[in-house]
Design a protein around this ligand. Structure first.
Ligand code: AVJ
Length: 322
């Protein structure tokens, strides 16, 4: 019983869930994974043996921290702005190096999750009380908007680790990079980690781990809908299904209904029908190569100036300038 009256949504979550589940094919955005439970599950994912991304980038940063610090340093000081800081596990290696080299810097971690930010700030100040840290909660978009509206002459280094932009399609990634570029002056740098194309089997395992943590992470979006929109999804009747297309480098994750069923979301006054084996597309995790990265950069008016990779070229951290 779809309502015939005008629809009023309390927030973008309601609006996007409504639009995504009444569309064909059905979809839900991966940005809704990250409630309190989702944050915890993603932290568990980063510790999984199959989820090689975190370990690879950790290793790269640890190996090249000295060179990286030299590229970032600036006599008048710099602001390290991290988009999607999470628990800051990899960034802490850099912070430690900057402190060791007595660089003048301010750390500005930004995350969509206030929880994660509070934990991060607490952990950092406990370890290094002398650090200059200013946390900010918000989406990438809101933060970039703010950066653009408050130009500063201090050098900015923008950090986006963990292949976080892999959740965007190429056109969305170009838009995002253009936005970042608009906030960058000549001296500023963008440091971005991007997961590379590799053995499809290895990629698939990273999104389908043996302990089922990624499955729980994917299904958490259904639990969240149940909780926040008074829904009656039975997550057990959906199958976690990641795919990897080596031609495009796109990993896609789905939730597939194992039977014909009807789901009600009371708060949206909405009933949704699922055909047997009908899918909900929940995430893309794009994999890259140097050609694609150079193309994206060029489209956004950026240039790759340096790059660091691990011994097996599984993951690469790129430094871009305007
Ligand atoms: C945080 C977007 C980089 O796509 O690899 C991990 C999220 N999803 N396992 C990724 C994720 C499933 C992750 N990013």
């Amino acid at each position: 019983m779809k309502t015939t009256t005008a629809l009023h949504f309390k927030n973008t979550f309601e609006k996007e869930v409504y639009e995504g589940l009444t569309a064909f094919p059905k979809r839900l955005s991966s940005k809704w994974f990250y409630d309190k439970k989702g944050d915890k599950l993603f932290q568990q994912i980063m510790d999984l043996p199959e989820y090689y991304l975190t370990g690879c980038e950790f290793q790269i940063i640890d190996q090249y921290k000295n060179e990286i610090a030299t590229l970032f340093q600036e006599s008048k000081g710099f602001d390290l702005i991290e988009l999607g800081a999470g628990d800051g596990k990899k960034t802490k290696i850099l912070l430690e190096e900057f402190l060791k080299q007595q660089l003048d810097f301010t750390y500005k971690p930004i995350d969509i999750s206030q929880n994660m930010l509070e934990e991060l700030e607490g952990a950092i100040l406990k370890k290094w009380p002398e650090i200059n840290i200013k946390v900010k909660q918000g989406t990438y978009f809101e933060i970039l908007e703010k950066l653009n509206n408050q130009p500063s002459d201090r050098k900015k280094v923008i950090l986006v680790l963990g292949s976080n932009i892999g959740n965007l399609t190429h056109p969305q990634a170009i838009d995002f990079l253009k936005n970042i570029r608009n906030s960058m002056a000549e001296q500023d740098l963008l440091f971005m980690g991007l997961d590379q194309k590799k053995d499809p089997e290895k990629i698939l395992k990273a999104y389908n781990d043996s302990q089922g943590v990624t499955e729980a992470f994917n299904k958490n979006i259904l639990h969240r809908i149940n909780k926040e929109l008074a829904g009656d999804f039975d997550p057990e009747t959906f199958k976690h299904w990641p795919t990897y297309d080596p031609e495009t480098g796109t990993t896609k994750s789905f939730l597939v209904s194992t039977k014909s069923q009807q789901v009600t979301l009371k708060n949206l006054n909405l009933q949704i029908n699922f055909e047997p084996w009908e899918s909900i597309h929940t995430e893309i995790s794009q994999k890259y190569d140097d050609d694609v990265v150079n193309w994206l950069a060029q489209e956004a008016g950026l240039k790759v100036v340096t790059q660091f990779t691990d011994a097996q070229s599984q993951f690469t951290d790129y430094i871009f300038k305007t």
